[in-house]
Design a protein around this ligand. Structure first.
Ligand code: RIB
Ligand code: CA
Length: 316
């Protein structure tokens, strides 16, 4: 019997790796993608929104794109131009943009979709959590309609934006606090596993050989994304962070997760502002109930197989 499709909303800040996650999700029969909501993060909201539209147009994907929050809930917005370039998705060259944005604000789309939906919906955020947090605060009645939240963000080891914090969380710690305390099933896929998935030249060549438009966009994205991180970190490839979310939904065996209490350092600009403090050893289990399944290991070969299958799903 055919598996029931997972109904999802993709929320992100494309962003090279967000774009690959969008490609994986929109081309997969495992998902019914209800919409894409954009947020400021890697670049300004204007740039992340244009990037999402460019990708939908280039792959002729009929998925609506909704423009979200341009600022974090409290802190000033920071971008990651050093990683993703001036446009936020440097590398591929797209045709003049004809695709247009939906009129509704992304936060209202999330609220309306969840409130009107008979079935619960899975949220897949891969950028700062501003849109999701705003939706939860504006309309708490959406909570029982959230099947689960599978997010890319955080780390229980080293950060990337600061020694303590990972970029998505650091860019809006107050939003992350709201999401991590909302009480819905949450899977945190952090740098601890995504850094094991370096998109090396060999991986790029493997995908480019598929020979369709999707694989060419993947190669153009990843060549730029890897070049900046080689310069900054000296790595052989850029860690392909975001698509691990949908890869995990497609095949949960791609990750090993560990249930633990995860708390966000928020509210004051200390040296650990935006850190996901994860109680790996359960030292506070008596007083703090675990609130997240945190990814602690990844089957990298299986991940690349999922990415390859995702790109092959495109007929052009
Ligand atoms: O820290 C990595 C995360 O920050 C990824 O989601 C990347 O796209 C940026 O949003
Ligand atoms: Ca992202």
């Amino acid at each position: 019997m055919e598996e029931k499709r997972i109904r999802i909303i993709l929320d992100g800040d494309p962003g090279h790796d967000d774009a690959v996650n969008f490609m994986l999700a929109c081309g997969s029969p495992r998902f019914e993608v209800l919409g894409i909501t954009t947020v400021a993060g890697n670049q300004t909201l204007e740039n992340t929104t244009r990037n999402a539209l460019n990708l939908m147009q280039a792959l002729e994907l009929d998925v609506p794109v909704y423009r979200g929050c341009s600022q974090a809930m409290v802190r000033e917005h920071i971008a990651a131009g050093d990683i993703h370039g001036k446009s936020g998705m440097d590398g591929p060259v797209f045709e003049p943009l004809r695709r247009t944005i939906e009129a509704k604000h992304a936060v209202n789309f999330i609220i309306d979709t969840l409130m009107e939906s008979e079935e619960p919906v899975t949220l897949v955020p891969t950028g700062p959590l501003t849109n999701v947090a705003m939706a939860i605060r504006m309309e708490p009645r959406i909570l029982p309609k959230i099947e689960q939240i599978v997010l890319m963000g955080g780390c229980y080891q080293l950060g990337n934006r600061t020694p303590a914090a990972e970029f998505n969380i650091y860019d809006d710690p107050e939003a992350a606090h709201i999401v991590f305390t909302c009480g819905r099933p949450l899977t945190m896929i952090g740098l601890d596993v995504t850094r094991k998935c370096l998109c090396t030249p060999e991986v790029i060549e493997r995908m480019e050989k598929i020979g369709n438009r999707a694989s060419q966009i993947f190669a153009d994205l990843m060549r730029f994304f890897s070049s900046t991180q080689k310069k900054i970190y000296g790595w052989a490839g850029g860690p392909l962070h975001d698509p691990l979310t949908c890869a995990y939904l497609i095949d949960p065996s791609v990750l090993t997760v560990r249930r633990m209490y995860a708390e966000i350092d928020h509210g004051c600009y200390g040296p650990s502002y935006g850190r996901t403090n994860c109680d790996f050893f359960g030292r506070t289990a008596k007083s703090r109930e675990a609130n997240a399944d945190v990814a602690v290991d990844v089957d990298v070969e299986k991940y690349w197989d999922i990415i390859e299958a995702g790109l092959r799903a495109y007929s052009r």
